[in-house]
Design a protein around this ligand. Structure first.
Ligand code: OSB
Ligand code: MG
Length: 371
């Protein structure tokens, strides 16, 4: 039983080691909203909202999420007796959308429950893996040569999957250069973040000969019907990211044939309960899933690692070690990658990492306590 006394929201600024460019925008410094949930028993858990600074990935931003949490979502849960985070209708009733804001609250409740029960979060979610396979997502580079350098370094570093961001003008030539350098068996994929339409899909057809594991979200962020048309023209599996915002959308994807693989990001689907439901549905329909990333700090990463320990996460996730993103993370220990390209799933209770609260305070630019 959970009864929340306070939710403290903080915004921190955390500079990335290098700018991350996708087809819809670039980010150099993350503005990250962190939640500190405190139960009446005194138990505390931290969570992270993955909304970005601008609405270029989904309609949400850190500022809309801040508003949604303080005005609508925190009042729904504070002071209420909540049986378990698996059953949390409070966040849904008459509040449409705001999935990343909802997810931040919902995930924090899972973190709190795991902490209060003394269980690793992965175990609470039904995870079975001791370690998860790690991929890297490479932003759009200035030239094919620059991309080749990054791809080869990633493979040499042990990453089990290399995702190449693409857009018209930085696609076939770039991916072909990477394939030629890395060889026919290298685990390469591409992610277009909605940069194409059915009318300029020729370059996607050209990618068909480059042996990619999948092409992620080539068409519009909320599309399923046109992706089905495109999938009929491609041999390469389409993986959907932006378009899968709920279990129902995953069901629609299968019904329509819009894609053959799903990238699950708990922030995008409203939290861990929806993520597990999508995982279960995909597992029983032969659809491989993997855990995506949103350039999370070590706090959001803890939730992704726990989720990716479920058995249906059969492909490497965009869950890279702390050092891929930050000079220094905000958790101890930092997330590290083994020499065989995996992250160990923590065996300790709760998130499995300690939040460096002093450092968080030093990085905080605004703070609001909901009680
Ligand atoms: O499309 O998967 C994406 C980051 C921000 C917004 C969208 C995406 C991404 C990534 C980053 O690919 C993956 C990571 O966190 O390493
Ligand atoms: Mg993506």
């Amino acid at each position: 039983m959970i009864r929340l006394e306070t939710i403290t929201l903080r915004e921190i600024r955390l500079p990335l080691k290098e700018p991350f460019r996708i087809s819809s925008g670039v980010v150099s410094e993350r503005r990250i909203a962190l939640l500190e949930l405190r139960d009446v028993s005194g138990a505390v858990a931290w969570s992270e909202c993955v909304a970005g600074e601008t609405p270029n990935y989904s309609p949400e931003t850190i500022d809309t999420a801040w508003h949604a949490i303080t005005e609508w979502l925190a009042p729904r849960v504070l002071g209420h007796e909540i049986e378990a985070p698996a059953v949390l209708p409070h966040l849904e009733q008459d509040i449409r959308g705001h999935l990343m804001a909802k997810a931040a609250v919902e995930m924090g409740m899972w973190g709190l429950e795991a902490t209060m029960l003394g269980l690793p979060l992965s175990q609470l979610l039904g995870g079975t893996r001791r370690e998860i396979e790690v991929g890297i997502s490479l932003g759009i580079q200035s030239s094919p040569e620059a991309l080749v350098t990054r791809v080869m370094a990633a493979l040499a570093g042990g990453y089990r999957k290399v995702k190449i961001k693409i857009q018209p003008g930085a696609d076939v030539e770039y991916v072909r250069a990477a394939r030629t350098a890395a060889g026919p068996d290298a685990p390469l994929m591409a992610d277009a973040n909605n940069a194409y339409t059915l009318d300029n899909a020729e370059s996607l057809a050209a990618l068909d000969d480059l042996g990619l594991m999948m092409i992620e979200q080539p068409l519009a962020w909320d599309d399923l019907v046109r992706h089905a048309e495109l999938q009929r023209r491609l041999r390469t599996p389409i993986c959907l990211d932006e378009s899968i915002t709920s279990l129902e959308r995953a069901q629609d994807m299968v019904a329509l044939g819009s894609g053959r693989i799903v990238n699950i990001k708990p922030g995008r689907v409203g939290g861990l309960a929806a993520s597990v439901a999508i995982h279960d549905f995909c597992a029983s329909n032969g659809i491989p899933v993997w855990c995506g990333g949103m350039l999370e700090s070590g706090i959001g990463r803890a939730y992704n690692v726990a989720l990716a320990s479920l058995p249906g996460f059969v492909k490497p996730g965009d869950v890279s070690p702390s050092a891929r993103y930050w000079e220094r993370d905000i958790v101890t220990p930092e997330w590290t990658m083994t020499d065989h390209g995996t992250i160990m799933v923590p065996k300790t209770a709760g998130l499995g990492v300690e939040v460096d609260v002093e450092r968080v305070e030093a990085l905080t630019v605004r703070k609001h306590r909901c009680s």
